[in-house]
Design a protein around this ligand. Structure first.
Ligand code: G6P
Length: 615
């Protein structure tokens, strides 16, 4: 969601900032803006809509200067409008800030400032923060050396809530001040230049040397370097690291959309998830990052999996996989619910937080709640430099490469593969035989080629999408491991086509959902050859009997299904957990083609953010 890029160096700031904002586009936003300091003072330009709209204005009236801040905003307080976009200025118009997060007590602060005679222009919490910093700045002596830094710190002492922010002021023209609490802010250290950004990708083209600010850190950057202070009693200190981030990986190449590129990357991303993690000699998996001894692993008697959106659906598939392979009871908890619940757990419970970005606020809230209560929390995450990666006790990285499209695809399949690895590891410590373990390994290793086979049906799936392009609503059905796939297929359809879609356990059809069936509502049945096949066909026929069109995802070689379904997409024959991974790929393609046919903004669907950093 909201993104921050700030620059101080030798170059012109505007092109550096715009390039950084484009790198953050994938996070989702509805307006953007930039502020630059130069000989004339502070200049601000902001625009609702895509970054191209901001660029068009800046092409006519460029902002010159080598110190600037910029932002992509995803509206929380106040509508998406030019005036509500960041940067926000203070009452004097000399100070500008960009801010991610939420100022929870902004109402009280605003009232105090109104009582002092200030007049606000927007309904945003960020403007209140700008005014508050400006107020403190103006009350400090004009010759105070660290005036902006002090003003930021004074203001933040009054604030409850979360922030990643950067402030600049025309009366202290050579510096910028950044601060963090709850919302990520990364310092980039280049040659004669420094960056502050909410995500390393925004600066990866310029520097690979970064340091993640910690909560309550305040950093002041000028031409000579940076200085760190803290709003807490914590010892100040930055951990500087080299990032291994190829900014080129996030290019679209020959694909028309990132989403299609990422769907087609799955044979490779899946391989990256299991490479080096299969132990053929012992027919098990090895996951060094868990930081757990074999004894610890044997003692786990319950697992709670938490996450949001697609990550939660992967967790649901993971629940079935772990329970069937390892016989360890698993529970799935929406992170947003879990963080507020007093879920009964004991020291043998393992919490698994799943997140592609590692920055989803609800997932971080859930993991912090579990850790506060003394539980061990592991992460399954793609972004190695994320807050989740830093705050968990260990975990498994996905190594899927950057996922840019808002709709998650390759991260889902990698997460499910990781659950299979974990289930194999736990299972082999319990009752799974070596030959069962070998069977699972073979099925995992076969996945990249099998996914390639499914991808070859993209044109066929596009034709199916054409056929149902006028649908207003769709139903997705699956049982057991395919239930999570039904939810994920429906989520993909909703996210990028805006067609209403529901995912259901197949047998629930008769408990209400069947009332939705008519000739205009397609039903997607996930019915590979598994233990539930006959039951699934039964349900499928109930839909057909009510004239509902049926699209079946079935196992290759199943000719009988042609008697029942209107359209069929075949997946290779595979064990249940692998069939779940194979079944989601056609649903990703179905949603993708439908979105393209309907002329939707595939990679940046309306109202959505790639990474939701507000609760
Ligand atoms: C947002 C995105 C979803 C994503 C979810 C969790 O809602 O729009 O696509 O699945 O966040 O994201 P995470 O980065 O935690 O996996």
């Amino acid at each position: 969601m909201c993104g921050i890029v700030a620059y101080l160096g030798d170059k012109e700031a505007q092109p550096v900032l715009l390039e950084g904002l484009r790198r953050l586009e994938y996070r989702g936003y509805d307006s953007s803006g930039i502020a630059v300091l130069n000989g004339k003072g502070l200049e601000v330009t902001k625009k609702v809509g895509r970054i191209q709209q901001l660029e068009r204005v800046l092409a006519v009236r460029p902002l010159h200067g080598s110190l600037g801040i910029s932002h992509t905003r995803w509206a929380t307080h106040g509508k998406a409008t030019d005036v509500n976009a960041h940067p926000h200025t203070d009452a004097s118009g000399k100070l500008a800030i960009v801010h991610n997060g939420i100022i929870e007590n902004y109402g009280i602060l605003k009232k105090k400032l109104i009582d002092k005679g200030f007049q606000f222009r927007t309904e945003t919490d960020t403007e209140v923060l700008a005014f508050l910093i400006g107020f403190h700045f103006d009350t400090l002596d004009t010759d105070t050396e660290n005036r902006l830094e002090m003003a930021v710190m004074e203001a933040l002492r009054e604030v409850t809530g979360t922030y990643g922010l950067v402030a600049i002021h025309q009366d202290q023209p050579g510096l910028m001040v950044g601060a963090r609490r709850g919302s990520p802010l990364v310092l980039g250290i280049g040659k004669h230049e420094h960056f502050l950004a909410s995500d390393v990708s925004a600066m990866a083209a310029h520097t690979q040397t970064v340091a993640h600010l910690r909560d309550f850190d305040v950093v002041t950057i000028d031409r000579n370097g940076y200085r760190l202070k803290s709003l807490s009693q914590n010892k100040v200190g930055l951990e500087i690291s080299k990032i291994d981030y190829q900014s080129g990986e996030a290019e679209m190449g020959d694909f028309p959309h990132f989403m299609l590129k990422e769907i087609f990357e799955q044979p490779i991303s899946i391989q990256n998830a299991f490479r080096g993690r299969l132990n053929l000699d012992e027919s098990t998996a090895q996951l060094g990052g868990l930081n757990l001894t074999p004894q610890d692993l044997r003692e786990i008697d319950r697992i709670v999996i938490t996450g949001c959106g697609t990550a939660l659906h992967a967790g649901l598939v993971g629940e079935y996989i772990i329970e069937s392979m390892a016989h360890v009871p698993v529970e799935i908890e929406w992170a947003s619910e879990f963080r507020l619940r007093n879920s009964p757990m004991d020291r043998r419970t393992l919490v698994l937080a799943v997140s592609q970005s590692g920055e989803t606020e609800d997932t971080l809230g859930a993991l912090r709640e579990a850790r506060r209560k003394g539980h061990r929390v592991l992460g399954i995450c793609n972004n190695v430099a994320s807050t989740l990666a830093r705050e968990t006790d260990g975990g498994v990285y996905m190594y899927a490469g950057p996922e840019v499209s808002v709709a998650a695809t390759k991260s889902f399949t990698s997460q499910v593969v990781i659950f299979a690895l974990l289930a194999l590891l736990l299972g082999r410590m319990r009752f799974l035989s070596a030959s069962q373990g070998r069977g699972i390994i073979e099925a995992i290793e076969a996945l990249p080629d099998q996914i390639t086979q499914v991808l070859r049906q993209s044109a066929h799936i596009r034709k199916i999408a054409e056929k149902y392009r006028n649908a207003n609503s769709m139903l997705f059905f699956g049982r057991q491991m395919q239930f999570g796939i039904a939810l994920e297929g429906a989520l993909k359809m909703k996210e990028i086509t805006y067609i209403h879609a529901g995912g259901h356990p197949t047998a629930e059809l008769k408990h209400g959902i069947i009332a939705l069936v008519d000739e205009k509502t397609p039903s997607v049945f996930l019915c590979p050859k598994d233990g539930a096949y006959d039951k699934n066909i039964n349900n499928l026929q109930q839909v057909k009997a009510r004239k509902g069109p049926v699209i079946a995802v079935a196992t290759e070689g199943n000719e009988e299904i042609r008697n029942h379904a209107d359209d069929i997409i075949y997946i290779p024959d595979a064990p249940d957990f692998a069939a779940a991974i194979l079944s989601v790929v056609p649903l990703q393609l179905f949603a993708y083609h439908m979105a393209v046919i309907l002329g939707r903004d595939v990679d940046k669907p309306r109202n959505l953010a790639k990474s939701v950093t507000v609760p």
